[in-house]
Design a protein around this ligand. Sequence first.
Ligand code: GLN
Length: 580
Amino acid sequence: MINASEIGMDRIHRLFALVEKGGTTTAASIRGRVQSSGIDTDDFRLATTMARLNQFGEQHIDFEQFAALVADELLMVSRTFNRQLVIPDWQEFSRDIEIVYHSVEPDKSGRNADYIPILRDADSEKWGVALCSVDGQRMGLGDVDVYHSIQSVSKPITYAYALEQEGFAFVSQYVGVEPSGRAFNALDLLPDQRPFNPCVNAGAIMMAGLVASGAPALNAREITQTLMDLWGRLCGGLAPVLFSEQTMRSERDTADNNFAIAYLLRGRLGLPRGVDLHKMMDVYLSCCSIEMTARMLSIAAATLANGGVCPITGQQVLTTDVVKKTLSVMQASGLYDNAGTFTLEVGLPAKSGVAGAIMVVIPNVMGLATFSPRLDDYGNSVRGVSFCQQLVDRFTFHVYDSLSGGRSGCKRDPRASQHSRKQKDLSDLRWAVSHGDRYALKVRDLMLECMIAITLADGQIEQPEVQSIADTFARIMGQQTDQAELHSLAMARQEQSAQADSKVAVGPFEGLLTRLQHELPTLDDNGRELILESAFRVACADGEIEPDEDRKLRAIADVLAINPGVLELKIAHFKRQFAG
Ligand code: GLN
């Protein structure tokens, strides 16, 4: 009989095995194992373990000590050690994100907001991207610790606070949830005189008034402090939420348009509970003058992505219902009159601000924030928008990437849930090949054709090449292929190739593209991926991708409707492997 605690011990042994060497481990390798999962050593779920760990210094840690060390936080230790987090391979994912980050960097189009000196004079070159998963895995690239005013990024949170305090019924008497289709600072209202939504200035000013009207005993600064405290909880207290007096002074000096909006609101619908217009404006402009960093905003976004529970503190900061409403509004109006295009292209709730920040929410996966001051004509950060587009071009984060037709352009899905599903699909496909399933055999044939066509580019195809194709196939599919059949197929294509040289027929590569094109509608992502994978492996076999191979891979990816960004990541991954 095995008792329960022995089973438990067995699991701890397996955890230990992941960090041990010669029977002992060290604090450094335990920390390393945790950090490579994307979790910081200051994570609240590992506080006790890490505090104990610090006492060990460089000392060796044996199994008994290890078991005692992790005893109180077994669950989290096991999750980080075994990579059971929303994005299991955080290392790989981070490297992919780095590629996207750098691909956006050279874009210097757009210009800083210039209506106040502090924004006009801000360093336009700053570029930062920070991510935080709903499990608290974090990373930052570039200028992620630069404080900047959050400006309109404050708007959805002021709205969320109003909803939390007053409820949707009362709040919606004062603001709509419709996209405005107008500039963010337009003096336009819905036919019933309410502002279009809380993300344009009119709606945000109204929300500032509504929040102020609910706290008559507090002055504008104190009310702003309440909202700053909320921001502090949303970002898990990572760093202090600051306030820029200079921004506030400039905002007030240049607020004519915003005052015009305020008077319009008062003249038309009236202000909530007759709140003082100047107090309302002070709260609104103060909210714009709150200062945070991209790293902080990414955690706040992750809290929204996580239904209101901050991933790095475990605290429920907003109710899930309020988060749902807030995200819906962000989705429809977060990027002002560019929101429709952004929703179509990126398909994620987001909010931008004129200082150059964008806060983006990938529900149930992660929050991210970008910072780059140059803005497009809509007032959205150019690099920020472009980063989002590139991201969604490579990963299945667009809301409608979940459509189940199985044709997402072979985009990557770094989520754990999807990862295991994918593995299952692929292993089913492998099994089906070996049992003669018609679809699976078609995929197999196209894989072999692809490998032959790429190999033939180097001229002759002989027994060693045929062998290497068979080996590659075996590595991808975990099974042998009929060598005699492969050999005769290769010979037939070589024949074709010779004829093509004499300009009688199309070459094998063109023939392949035509066939792929023809089969495309019947091929799902898994099939397409295996075909690309086989071409890719043959092209990379000699340790480098020649320009001609590169061209062919792109042509295959293109004809298979695989997103160029996905191939880019594949190539980068290959180069890393060879460099490392
Ligand atoms: N302070 C700016 C304004 O009220 C905020 C606008 C924005 O970030 N889009 O005009």
